[in-house]
Design a protein. Structure first.
Length: 626
């Protein structure tokens, strides 16, 4: 009798596995500031090593391309050689038998186009562009460029107030970002080379737990300049601009259309993720600077915008993306169909829904969809489903949010595109009809769904929440003269709002109207993260200060601690846990359980202090702008 046997892994297999794991760690920890052509060379050489040698274009072409690209990386190639390299890459791409040759050559061709300025610099100037250079990854990838190694070192010393001050040097919302930031700072953490990225957000949350933002004194305001700045929008971007502009000595008036400050941090994030009292701590800290006057329930229309531009030395428009997008399907007018953004907005003012005994379907796959489905669970819904036209792996929501929703009993119904909402004779919603999808070709970097030859699905639903994106209420500002495209305001690299000359001429306005208007945040970039909005507000404050004829620097009063020797022993990453799902799904209390002191100290001890031991050292205590 013949038996199937599986050979044990050999020592060579183990060594190969270890090598591949180390290579993956190197790729995951690829530092920012690297020459993109050098990175392309690494990928091309990797492709050449994978060739099977059976087809000539791949076997012989890839090594030749690698040699030519190395010549370019070394700044020794001329324009003619670049064109020869391009022609050879096109031949390899078009004639290779398999994906190794095709993808390697195609990636090179795309890189030559994407990094054309870098290619030109290597050919004509024989050097990399000035932007190329090693930096501290966590600080570089933080949109607000917070000095991460510094505040981690302060936490390690037990100076939690100093850590909050160091964070607030660049970001006046330390608590918000400790609880709800998407933590891009962790993307290229060099600790990945040893074990795993630091839990930077968790360390920040720990610091804010032990030194509340409204209890840590803010820096002293600089002498008054006599200049006045109007901020339209009291969300993270507007309040950040107000904070830094006031610290610089300018008088600031904030005009907010809603009842309370906070923008989408208050009106778009449920309390179980970010308790309102914790948001108020950040806001009280911001207003403690002085020189900031808040006007709530003060919407700004075209006429008032014109008045603000005339009365103030500078105006910063940061109105965010505050309304939800709809769906072009039948039945959206049914009773029980809501915009997810509107629902979360009402909750922001304490108006909680009651879904007791109801079946709820949430359409979408982003963080707002996860917030809505988890809110529906807490509102007493009998069943909650998320309906998404792609796969779970394609969802834009954070993986941790998806996992938490599933743990709380939310069903993920994927590869189903909404087709119609059924309603009864009284106009009440009772079902969501969907068309089955199958995943198709990649378009714009994401696999696109296409219709599948399967029967239509009917999902019983008393409530349908639509979470498919957000819109910007730009019309009043466009009427004033601000230029917009697809609802997003146009601005130059300094965040100066671009004005529409035809609109200004039509209403007889002077061509100089709007010269003192700046714009930033979601209303300029489209819906994004809170930390990106904060970064825009910080940059706007700096640029307004320059426009007003100043060049203020701000000292947070905290020094960067000296670096201790690295601990390079491998550790498991400390994760921030949530309360058990069976407990947390029954209330709107905070779900996260912050790190213990022992966990926080261990996590801080994993920091390699790249600012000291690596390239790109930071200037401690001074505000740095993008």
């Amino acid at each position: 009798m013949t038996r199937l046997s599986i050979a044990p892994a050999s020592a060579d297999d183990a060594r190969i596995g270890g090598f591949l794991d180390r290579q993956k760690r190197r790729v995951d920890a690829m530092p920012p500031g690297m020459c993109p052509l050098a990175q392309q060379l690494t990928l091309l050489e990797e492709g050449a090593l994978q060739t099977c040698g059976k087809c000539v274009p791949c076997r012989d072409g890839l090594p030749q391309l690698a040699g030519m690209l190395r010549h370019l990386v070394d700044c020794q190639a001329d324009a003619a050689e670049v064109e020869r390299m391009r022609a050879l890459a096109e031949m390899v791409r078009d004639t290779s038998d398999c994906a190794i040759g095709y993808e390697s050559a195609n990636a090179l061709l795309e890189g030559l186009d994407a990094f054309a300025a870098e290619v030109e610099s290597h050919v004509s100037k024989h050097e990399c562009q000035r932007s190329v250079g090693q930096s501290v990854p966590c600080e570089t990838f933080c949109p607000a460029h917070v000095n991460v190694p510094a505040y981690i070192a302060l936490v390690a010393q037990g100076d939690y107030a100093g850590a909050v001050q160091m964070i607030r040097k660049d970001n006046p919302f330390p608590t918000a970002c400790g609880l709800v930031c998407e933590h891009p700072c962790e993307q290229r953490c060099r600790r990945t080379l040893i074990d795993a990225p630091l839990n930077i957000r968790g360390i920040k949350e720990f610091a804010c737990e032990h030194a509340r933002a409204d209890q840590v004194p803010v820096p002293k305001r600089l002498p008054a300049t006599g200049r006045r700045v109007a901020v339209v929008g009291g969300g993270p971007s507007g309040l950040t601009c107000a904070y830094f502009a006031s610290l610089m000595g300018h008088d600031v008036d904030v005009f907010e259309g809603r009842k309370q400050l906070g923008g989408m941090i208050r009106y778009g994030i449920p309390a179980y993720r970010f308790p309102r009292e914790r948001l108020d701590e950040d806001i009280r800290g911001i207003l403690a600077v002085g020189g900031i006057t808040v006007h709530t329930e003060s919407p700004v229309d075209a006429a008032r915008m014109a008045q603000l531009s005339a009365d103030y030395d500078a105006v910063y428009v940061a109105i965010g993306a505050q309304t939800g997008k709809g769906l072009r399907i039948d039945g959206t007018d049914a009773e029980g169909v809501f915009s997810a953004v509107d629902l979360l907005g009402r909750i922001g003012d304490g108006d909680y829904p009651d879904f007791t005994g109801k079946k709820v379907a949430v359409i979408g796959g982003g963080n707002v969809a996860m917030d809505c489905c988890r809110t529906a669970v807490r509102a007493g819904a009998e069943e909650v489903s998320v309906v998404y036209r792609r796969r779970i792996s394609d969802m834009t929501a954070l993986p941790a949010e998806i996992e938490s929703a599933i743990a709380e009993g939310v069903e993920m119904i994927t590869l189903q595109a909404p087709a119609a909402i059924e309603k009864d004779e009284q106009g009440r919603c009772y079902a969501l009809l969907t068309n089955p999808q199958m995943i198709g070709p990649v378009k714009r970097g994401r696999p696109a769904p296409v219709a599948a030859d399967k029967p239509q699905m009917r999902i019983p639903a008393d409530v349908v929440l639509i979470a498919v994106g957000q819109n910007i209420v730009s019309a009043p500002f466009e009427e004033f003269g601000m230029a917009a495209e697809w609802g997003e305001f146009k601005a130059d690299e300094l965040l100066h709002a671009q004005m529409d000359a035809e609109v200004l001429a039509a209403r007889g306005a002077d061509a100089s109207v709007g010269a003192n208007v700046f714009v930033g945040g979601d209303c300029q970039t489209g819906p994004a993260s809170a930390i990106k909005a904060i970064a825009a507000g910080k940059v706007a404050a700096r640029n307004i200060d320059h426009m007003l004829g100043f060049n203020h620097t701000l000292d947070c009063g905290v020094a960067v601690p000296p670096a201790q020797p690295n601990d390079r022993a491998a550790y498991g990453r400390v994760e921030v846990l949530e309360r058990p799902a069976r407990e947390r799904k029954n209330d709107f209390d905070a779900v996260e359980v912050p790190m213990s002191t022992e966990e926080a100290m261990q996590e801080c001890g994993r920091c390699l202090r790249c600012d000291h031991f690596g390239a790109g050292a930071c200037e401690g205590g001074r505000i740095q702008y993008a």
